[in-house]
Structure formats: C-alpha cells, structure tokens
Ligand binder design. Structure first.
Ligand SMILES: Nc1ncnc2c1ncn2[C@@H]1O[C@H](COP(=O)(O)OP(=O)(O)OP(=O)(O)O)[C@@H](O)[C@H]1O
Ligand SMILES: [Mg+2]
Length: 257
C-alpha cells in the first residue's frame, strides 16, 4: 500500500499547504506516483493547482458528506506522476454535518485505504484546527508531518497537535506514527531562528527532520505562479530544501515500516 501522510498543525500559516505541494512535487520528480488530498475548506491546495474551490464538484466534501461517491470520481491528474483530490469551501459545513454519524472519523480512511495502492504516497493537507476534518486525516494516515514555524511562540503549540495524534492513535488508528517535526520559515541569519531549531532538537531529538525549510521568497511566490517551487524557481533554496525533504521522507517511511 502507498504511504498515507497527513500534514497537520492547528496553528495557521506554518507551511502545511506549502509542504504538501512542494514535497508532493519533489517526490513525483523522484519518479514516485503521488496523490495530494485537500481537506481544508480554505481550498489553498486546490487553488494552487489552478482549480476553483468555490465552484468545483465533486470534491473531498462529496466523499466525506455524501453517499456513493468514490475517490476515483474526484481525483484528477495535475502533473507528471501527480494527482489531486480537490477540496471545496463546502468542507466547512462537513464538520457539523458529520457530527451525528457513527463513522464520522473514518469517512476519508475507508475510501483512501482501499485505493492507496494505486500510488506510492498520499499527502493530506489539513485546516488549522484539530476538528473533525483533521481527525479524519489522522485516522486515514500512517504517519503525520508537523510543520513548525521557527518562532518561539510556535513551539508552544506543538503539544496540542501531538496530544491529538496520541488520542487518535488510542481511539481510532493504533498504527499512527509521527513521521517528524519540520522546522519551517527558518531565517539563517537570525539568532532567534537558530535557537528555536536548537530547542526543538533538544526537546524532540530524532523526531525533528534533518531538513530545515528556509524562509524563501521563491516559496512565497510559487502559489501565485500556480507552480511547485521546483518548477517555479528550480535553483532556489526552497527547491533544494523540499528535494532534500523528499529524500528524507522516503528514508523515514522505509525505516518506520
Ligand atoms: N518557507 C517559506 N518561506 C517563505 N514563505 C513561505 C514559506 N512557507 C510558506 N510560505 C508562505 O506563507 C504563507 C503560509 O503558508 P501555508 O499556506 O503553506 O501555511 P498553512 O499552514 O497551510 O496555512 P493555513 O493554516 O492557513 O492552511 C503562504 O503565503 C506561503 O506562500
Ligand atoms: Mg494551508
């Protein structure tokens, strides 16, 4: 089966969507078949791919909230070796629409796991919350990547996402692992940035990726160009970082199996 990885952190703007797009493209460049899944009502991943999360149908909302919709009906090709299950703004309503259902946490896991053998990697983008959409992603996943912005206050939020991962592991998905904490928006010339990474490594050791994602204009401008950074600015620090992350993710997925 393909490796299903959720990218999650309840803090907004830490680089979740940027990681899904650019890690996905870097894995695809290495010859892996990759499916990106948008579970965020903001639809940033879907918009980045050139689709409109306001008008598109069917989407992951249909998969979660409606009956008889298959993953095959919503997935579309977006590049070489790269596919997208788009999201829509309707996902915001899915949280309460699903609430009364006994299978509310498994609406993504069941269809995804039965079709994940079609690709090598599935990367799930989640909203900045620990609600039912993120819980659906964690229930479907084999492991989670937690982007952490290199700022002191951002570190304080790590406990909340790790607690949620622990709860989902206990109640819904016993095989869920932490693939790694990913330092993002790193500023090499900032003492503060360096201190945060040191503290992260002191507190979490090998659970922090070796790869650190720098704060890079090439990453910030890639969404408007509707391209992953390796196509938008192939020689940038951001492109190099996500290529390195792809190789580290492959290695970690093999050792955690
Ligand atoms: N390493 C980086 N360097 C510079 N800009 C970045 C970097 N990573 C992300 N950005 C920019 O920062 C903003 C937030 O990033 P992104 O959308 O990936 O975060 P997110 O965690 O998905 O946010 P949300 O919680 O709202 O979904 C975006 O404008 C993005 O282009
Ligand atoms: Mg996002």
């Amino acid at each position: 089966m393909g490796h299903i990885l959720a990218v999650a952190n309840q803090k907004g703007g830490v680089g979740k969507t940027t990681t899904v797009v650019n890690l996905g493209a870097a894995l695809a460049e290495r010859g892996q078949h990759v499916l990106l899944v948008d579970l965020d009502p903001q639809g940033a991943l879907t918009a980045w791919s050139g689709l409109d999360p306001y008008s598109l149908t069917p989407t992951t909302y249909s998969l979660l909230a409606q009956e008889g919709v298959t993953l095959g009906q919503i997935v579309r090709p977006i590049g070489e070796h790269l596919w997208l299950a788009p999201g829509s703004v309707d996902l915001a309503a899915a949280e309460y629409q699903l609430m009364a259902r006994p299978d509310r946490a498994r609406r993504l896991a069941d269809p995804l796991r039965s079709e994940a053998d079609q690709v090598a990697y599935v990367l799930i983008d989640t909203p900045p919350s620990l609600g039912l959409l993120t819980v659906n992603a964690l229930t479907a996943a084999e492991a989670v990547i937690v982007p952490v912005e290199c700022r002191y206050l951002a570190m304080r939020g790590i406990r909340a996402i790790l607690d949620t991962v622990g709860t989902v592991r206990e109640r819904l998905n016993p095989s869920l692992d932490l693939l790694g904490l990913l330092p993002t928006m790193y500023q090499p010339t900032s003492m503060h940035s360096r201190q945060v990474v040191e503290e992260l490594r002191a507190a979490f050791g090998g659970r922090v990726f070796e790869t650190v994602i720098e704060s890079d204009d090439a990453l910030a401008t890639a969404p408007a160009a509707r391209m992953p950074v390796i196509a938008h600015r192939p020689a940038s620090a951001g492109a190099a970082a996500y290529r390195q992350l792809a190789s580290e993710v492959e290695a970690r997925c093999i050792t955690q199996k």
